[in-house]
Design a protein. Structure first.
Length: 133
């Protein structure tokens, strides 16, 4: 998590710095305290730090982000099988669009050939134990 509650009851905010390839405290980027009294304050500081890092984030490609998403402990899922499934589900997308800047996704200019999330392009038949359902 990029905003975490500490044992002291205070909140810590971190952001990923693509230049150092590590999570860094927002206080190292924007100054100010290292911890925050409320979760809302920590989130606000995190957003300020993200704006500060915005220029560097524009250079991250889809493939680079997927690599981080699959390997960074910040994104780790509790079950290894989930990570294997996520890798398999994103492999084709990254093979096709891996060189595109990730920032392009926020402009609404993603390639139109990729189906939207949650839509089916066709119905598939499932084969299990030699029977079709």
């Amino acid at each position: 998590m990029s905003v975490t509650k500490l044992p002291s009851g205070r909140w810590r905010a971190q952001v990923y710095d693509p230049l150092t390839k590590a999570n860094v405290s927002v206080s190292t980027l924007i100054g100010g305290p290292g911890t925050y009294r409320t979760k809302r304050e920590a989130k606000a500081a995190r957003e300020q730090a993200r704006v500060h890092l915005g220029a560097a984030r524009r250079d991250v490609t889809v493939a680079q982000f997927r690599e981080r998403w699959m390997n960074d402990p910040l994104f780790a899922r509790p079950r290894a099988s989930t990570m294997v499934t996520n890798a398999a589900r994103t492999e084709g997308f990254v093979a096709r669009y891996g060189e595109l800047p990730l920032a392009q996704s926020t402009t609404g200019s993603w390639p139109s050939g990729w189906p939207a999330v949650g839509t089916r392009t066709r119905r598939r038949r499932h084969v299990r134990c030699g029977t079709t359902r």
